[in-house]
Unconditional design. Structure first.
Length: 112
C-alpha cells in the first residue's frame, strides 16, 4: 500500500495486477501508464471500465498525440493526461481537481 498525500493508494505493477486488485476492492481513480508489460494501458483501461463505469482515469505517459496508443486511449474514456516526466505538483493538481469536484457535487445536492 502506498499513500499519495494522505489519500490511500494501491500500486499495481501491470495491467493484469491492476485488474486483479480492482476485483478485490473498489477504486474511484486510476493513474495508468500506457506502456506496460503484458497488457498495455488501453487494454487495461477497457477492462477496468467494464468493471466500473464510474472510474476516473489519469493517464501518465511519455507518449504524445502522434502515438497510436495515445490516440486510442482517448477513444475509450474521458481522461486526464500527465506527461512524463511529471512532478509531484501535477499529481496534487489532478487530485485537487477531482476531490474539489466531488465536494461541489455533494454540496449542491444537499442544497437541492
Amino acid at each position: 500500500m502506498v499513500e499519495l498525500h494522505g489519500i490511500p493508494a494501491v500500486l499495481a505493477r501491470s495491467g493484469v495486477e491492476a485488474i486483479e486488485k480492482a476485483r478485490q476492492e473498489s477504486f474511484r481513480m486510476v493513474f495508468l501508464d500506457l506502456s506496460m508489460p503484458g497488457m498495455n494501458g488501453v487494454e487495461t483501461l477497457k477492462a477496468l471500465k467494464k468493471m466500473n463505469r464510474e472510474l476516473v482515469f489519469v493517464i501518465v505517459t511519455a507518449l504524445t498525440g502522434e502515438d497510436e496508443l495515445f490516440r486510442n486511449v482517448l477513444e475509450h474514456a474521458p481522461v486526464s493526461v500527465i506527461p512524463k516526466p511529471f512532478t509531484v505538483q501535477q499529481i496534487r493538481d489532478v487530485l485537487a481537481m477531482y476531490f474539489e469536484g466531488i465536494t461541489r457535487l455533494a454540496s449542491s445536492s444537499t442544497k437541492a
